[in-house]
Design a protein around this ligand. Sequence first.
Ligand SMILES: C[S@@+](CC[C@H](N)C(=O)[O-])C[C@H]1O[C@@H](n2cnc3c(N)ncnc32)[C@H](O)[C@@H]1O
Length: 304
Amino acid sequence: MNEFRHVTVLLRETVSALRPRPGGHYLDGTAGGGGHTGLLLEKIQHTGRIEALDRDPDAIAALKKRFAGEPAVTVTQGNFFQAARLFPHPGFHGILLDLGVSSHQLDTPERGFSFHTSAPLDMRMEQDGPTARDLVNTLDEPSLRRILRDYAQEKYAPQIARAMVAQRSAAPIETTTQLADLIAAAVPAAYRREGHPARKTFMALRYACNGELDGLEEALLSLFNLLQPEGRLAVITFNSLEDAAMKRAARQLTAGCTCPPEFPVCVCGKSPRAHSLKPVFPSPEEIERNPRARSAKLRVLERR
Ligand SMILES: C[S@@+](CC[C@H](N)C(=O)[O-])C[C@H]1O[C@@H](n2cnc3c(N)ncnc32)[C@H](O)[C@@H]1O
């Protein structure tokens, strides 16, 4: 594996949102290169416990190297969707998620996430299971169209799905650049001037390949249940679909009584379980330094 490179987004903002305290117990559910974990560890003064979780074996290798000999950090390979099973004795003071892909994943050509360099069309975070190549060469046209529309709101989904099916009837689509060229040829010239026309298709295939969005809201609710009272869940999202899942989870957790307004007293007995903090955005300086931060948004929920 080449050196693990990732510039952490909203580093100080996210760690301070967790109000780290010495002796506390934290979960970094998307630990990546360990940027957030590292600062959190400093803030808890190397006491307490941090569970550093990631589904990607490259991230796990980098985390094990970075935190070797650090008793406060435990590195685990797994999916935060299964956190309740992975951490059966929860009571976390804070949980953080920094959703999406790392720069390491994007910038390592052979991982197949990027349309800039030619590589096998892979895109699997776990490096296991069906690849993006399998999806584009085996799914029927309506399923491909649905993936592009639902996961990326790609307005040329029908044209791109049709082009994929036409291409593969001649020979399988094998590489990132072969797919990117096919997309560029399938969309109108004006669309090509709005940024790379393959951007949305690659994002949609990545989501489909890794199941990142299906069940995200339920996964967030289940993570919230692993918090102690007054514990905080801090989530960085990078687009409207990820953010919508966090907003839906927040709406459920912050909702109180659902009795009709004409009832003189509450009979449902429901009270809000969380308090939602104001969203935080990267500063212009951070975006200048790290353009990948530009679409980031941090939302924080505190357990009551
Ligand atoms: C943006 S990076 C995190 C970077 C990290 N905060 C840092 O400072 O280095 C996102 C990481 O989350 C991991 N990831 C994405 N979805 C995941 C999931 N459902 N469960 C566990 N890890 C996941 C990816 O493999 C990737 O390493």
